[in-house]
Design a protein around this ligand. Structure first.
Ligand code: BV8
Length: 231
């Protein structure tokens, strides 16, 4: 880190931070949305239309987690959190568990988590077991056929927005890592941070949609530029 001494940091991450761990991104040329229509697998309407297709989509991504590991960028952000004496919040759009496995603690999954199931009937959340399917019974309310991935779909309200907006309103450094800046409300966080008077920095492979909104941009592979930035 340069000599600049922030007192409160918010970091936002997207799929690009997990790319070098072998997790597919969404909008790169061979990304997830090039292979499947998001309306079929990442909207409530798609789930109502064909729940099996949606479960299959998330089961495939969930099983892929066993083959991947956190990379140097995830580890660097966990190191930053431990070393930083001020307020720190890591907001991820990712639903993988690589930040946890790298040691991040003050972490918020605003788009949910692959390893959790949500009961559409009673709202309870449970660790996802490989045997779970649409036909499974909710461990809390015992309803059958109500379990869905605990993931925020398009048109659904992202999680923990109060906590996130409060952190953005009081941060003096906002760092965005590995996101294309296409999806709201996450893509608007940089403006909220600027309004709070924070320094804003983008760390990404290439200029994102919102690159012009950042005070500074460092482009390169996350496993190189994030550890360098944290040092
Ligand atoms: C909301 C599911 C309101 C989880 C995802 C019409 C109807 C309804 C809503 C809307 C609408 N029009 C606009 C909206 C809002 C909508 C939206 O923003 N749409 C966009 C497309 C215009 N947003 C929503 O619907 C959100 N909800 O607005 O609710 C509301 C209000 C009140 C009450 C109720 C509701 C919900 C958004 C969440 C949707 N869920 N996915 C999953 O399956 O994973 S979105 C999907 O995109 C993922 O979650 C992902 O996290 C997110 C962002 O993508 P990125 O992470 O940025 O990934 P991407 O591939 O795009 O970019 C990767 C970047 O990494 C690239 O820049 C690349 O260069 C870089 N990179 C690659 N390799 C590397 C690298 N960088 C560094 N190193 C590398 N090695």
């Amino acid at each position: 880190m340069s000599i600049y001494r922030p007192t409160s940091i918010v970091v936002l991450t997207g799929a690009g931070i997990s790319a070098e761990s072998g997790v597919d991104t969404f909008r790169d040329k061979d990304g997830i949305w090039a292979k499947v229509d998001y309306r079929d697998v990442a909207t409530p309407e798609g789930f109502t239309r064909d729940p099996e297709l949606v479960h299959e989509f998330y089961n495939q991504r969930r099983s892929g987690l066993a083959e991947v590991a956190p990379n140097a960028a995830h580890v660097a952000l966990a190191r930053l959190e431990r070393a930083f004496p001020g307020k720190f919040l890591l907001v991820t759009q990712n639903i993988d568990d690589l930040h946890e496995r790298a040691g991040s603690l003050r972490l918020t999954h605003m788009h949910g988590e692959l390893n959790k199931a949500l009961c559409a009937h009673c709202g309870s959340r449970h660790p996802w077991h490989s045997a779970m399917s649409r036909a499974s019974r909710c461990p809390s309310c015992q309803e059958i056929g109500q379990l869905r991935p605990d993931v925020v779909w398009f048109g659904e309200m992202p999680y923990r927005m109060d906590e996130i907006e409060e952190a953005l309103a009081s941060c003096d450094l906002f760092v965005s890592v590995g996101t294309s800046g296409n999806v709201y409300p996450a893509a608007g966080f940089v403006e909220q941070a600027r309004y709070a008077g924070a320094r804003t920095i983008e760390l990404n492979l290439e200029p994102s949609e919102g690159c012009g909104l950042f005070e500074q941009a460092i482009h390169g592979r996350a496993t190189e530029i994030v550890p360098e930035f944290v040092e």
